[in-house]
Ligand binder design. Sequence first.
Ligand code: UDX
Length: 461
Amino acid sequence: MDLTEPSTRISVIGAGHVGLVTGACLAQAGHIVTMVENDSARLAGLRQSPPNVPIYEPGLQQLVEHLCLEAPERFRFTDSIREVVADSEAAFICVGTPQGETGEANLFYVERVATEIAEALVASGREHFVVIEKSTVPVRTGEAVRRTMERVLRRHGKDELPFEVVSNPEFLAEGTALRDFMSPDRIVVGVESTSGAEMMRRIYEPIIKSNADGKSEPEILITDVQSAELIKHASNSFLALRISFINAVANICERAGADIREVARGMGLDPRIGPHFLKAGVGFGGYCFPKDVAAFYHISKELGYPFELLKNVLEINEGQRILVIDKLRSALWNLKGKTIAIWGLAFKPNTEDMRGAPALDIIHLLQQEGALIVAYDPAVTNVIAEAVELKDSALAAAEGADAIVLVTEWKEFAELSDESLKSIATAMAYPVFIDGRNLLEPERMRNLGFEYHGIGVRRNT
Ligand code: UDX
């Protein structure tokens, strides 16, 4: 990283997943970053030595530790928005935008932060401050942030104080967030003026130039605030749409005697379609996709164009969880009193994050049927739902079970030897195997003694 680049004094508000990754990466890139966190326990943990990063993200603990130790002048923590705004040129808003009751994004925290920033601007008299929305927000939130801040300034007779609102959505996937930030495919920036664009270029310059991963320079797309906001919701919804699309095709494959793995491969070979996000299975989960698709649908209705396709994306996704129960029912008949082993609880491999995890939905549906649940996950070690018995290995979970449902495609499951799989099949009461991610080879599994069912996988392979 070229630290001779002029650095910018930046505040990052909210030390959650997005905020910590953003703040740490920007400090690593040479900027002077102050993180603001209002949860006192979290703040105390981050301030201790070595700091305690309360988030599972590969490399993040090490990076934060390194910065706190080696570059404390460039990376520190506080609880005061007022203090940091007085001392910085721009603030990234990285607070949560949880899902409300009807799918809408709850923007309470964004509004509160916008108000506090405006109050800090009044107190410090700082001009041309740049407020950057990083949290995922519905289109036109930038406008609402501006209105909120203007109201505060007006109340204090400071209407003339110029400031800028920028939208700079994050595209960080859990597990690869540091790489996604330091070596992005694209940087999207929605601005109100050329000076906002200049500030964002200055912030991202060292990252663009560092060319981490040896990739070609990422495109920095400068657009208006509304378009940038929409790019985020539209991108996540489109990826979710691809997953629901392929899952619907998988369901047709099952009825038509085709195989989704080959169909997806054939589709993905068309460069206009491409191979990514075409893996059929129990559907998408996580903190982002379900919430973002619902929020996008909600805002589309508010704008007078109900985007019904998105509703369908969510319905197909729910259907994939039910599909697992149907498959178990047709293999085991009644599920009441049967023991089902769940392999994989996290919403995707290489994380312990259970938010929006398909496993939670499947466990809930199975418990409604009266099934008993045992589970194993290489990373999740805390009890995750009532009456779920956690085991410490794939084999231990399978012992005496009537069926295994593989929900998360951990490498550990893919790498199980023939020998291990054989002993697992023998240890089960009945060797039904529902492969919710099409991770294992059907023929191999059948030869090893399982009654194997994939998702959209041809029966006679
Ligand atoms: C996602 C986006 O990828 C990221 O750009 C955004 O900023 C946040 O949301 P993340 O939720 O971490 O990231 O996970 P991702 O790897 O995208 O997977 C989401 C879900 O889709 C997982 O449950 C995964 O299992 C599922 N999935 C993904 C499929 O079912 N099939 C696929 O082909 C791909």
